[in-house]
Design a protein around this ligand. Structure first.
Ligand code: B12
Length: 226
């Protein structure tokens, strides 16, 4: 097994549902990074390892935002997988590995572009990465690695072409009314979700915490991977 295959297999063992590899150079030239201009990197690296964690409809709590580190239970799982993988990569190969933060303004990358270039999925009509395995119901996290791992090729997968796009009609803000995704309309829903914070107790809570259940209409209505 080559090194990349061993790493992707280890990511799976550590709990990632999906994983991929792209080169940092190609990612910095990707559409989102072009739109937002050059990022100011203090890190040097060759490869971007992207981890995906399935967020199935029947485990909605994975996506509920709370006030603890990591934001959501699903993201905390991804943070832990990245931490374990970093340790293994250092011990097994001696690589320098930097797990990246979620937010781009805090030094993160655009994760959808990373997932597409890393061969995990394709951009769907709902503006989300659609995977063969789980549709868009996946969350991502990335690590930078200082060696050139052979990038995976983007996949040839066009599930939205023959679909009548229920994702677009499901949007409560009609964010696709003009035929493309409107961040402004989508964000109105996110703000409404924040105002409607739910406070309730979970079995493992010491105190009730406010949780935000952000809208997922455009991903939960997608038939791919169901
Ligand atoms: C800011 C942000 C938001 C903002 C703005 C979203 C936006 N797209 O502008 C708000 C709060 C509105 C939001 C909403 C949601 N978000 Co959000 N968000 C982010 C964040 C932090 C950055 C995204 C961003 O600004 N992208 C830049 C803009 C320009 O991207 P864009 O509008 O999608 O357009 C670019 C791409 O489509 C790309 N592109 C187009 N074609 C192609 C082709 C190729 C080959 C490539 C490589 C790229 C590419 O180029 C476009 C720019 O020109 C990321 C995490 C991260 N670090 O990346 C999560 C992220 C994108 N969000 C995610 C999710 C799930 C959601 C929500 C469902 C809410 C929720 N419950 O979590 C909604 C869905 C919105 C939607 N349908 O797109 C997931 C997506 C997972 C997936 N399967 O794709 C991410 C990756 C976070 C995660 N935890 O994994 N989000």
């Amino acid at each position: 097994m080559d090194i990349r295959a061993r790493i992707l297999a280890k990511a799976r063992i550590l709990g990632a549902s999906l994983s991929g590899v792209s080169s940092l150079d190609s990612l910095l030239g990707s559409p989102s990074h072009q739109v937002y201009g050059e990022l100011h990197w203090t890190l040097s690296a060759e490869s971007v390892l992207v981890l995906g964690l399935e967020h199935p409809e029947n485990e909605p709590e994975l996506d509920w935002w709370d006030d603890r580190d990591g934001g959501t239970p699903g993201n905390r799982q991804l943070v832990n997988i990245a931490k374990d993988l970093k340790q293994w990569l250092q011990e097994e190969f001696g690589f320098n590995v930097h797990p990246l933060p979620y937010h781009v303004e805090k030094g993160g990358l655009f994760l959808k572009d990373a997932a597409i270039l890393g061969g995990i999925g394709t951009l769907g009509s709902n503006n989300l990465v659609i995977t063969k395995e789980f549709g868009p119901r996946v969350r991502f996290r990335a690590l930078l690695i200082d060696v050139n791992l052979k990038p995976k090729a983007p996949i040839d997968f066009t599930p939205c072409q023959a679909c009548d796009n229920p994702c677009r009609s499901a949007c409560p803000q009609d964010a696709f009314a003009n035929g493309f995704y409107s961040r402004i309309s989508c964000n109105k829903q996110m703000e409404a979700d924040e105002r409607g914070k739910d406070v309730f107790k979970q079995p493992d809570d010491k105190l009730p915490k406010p949780r935000i259940k952000y809208c997922r209409a455009c991903e939960l209505s997608c038939p791919v991977g169901k």
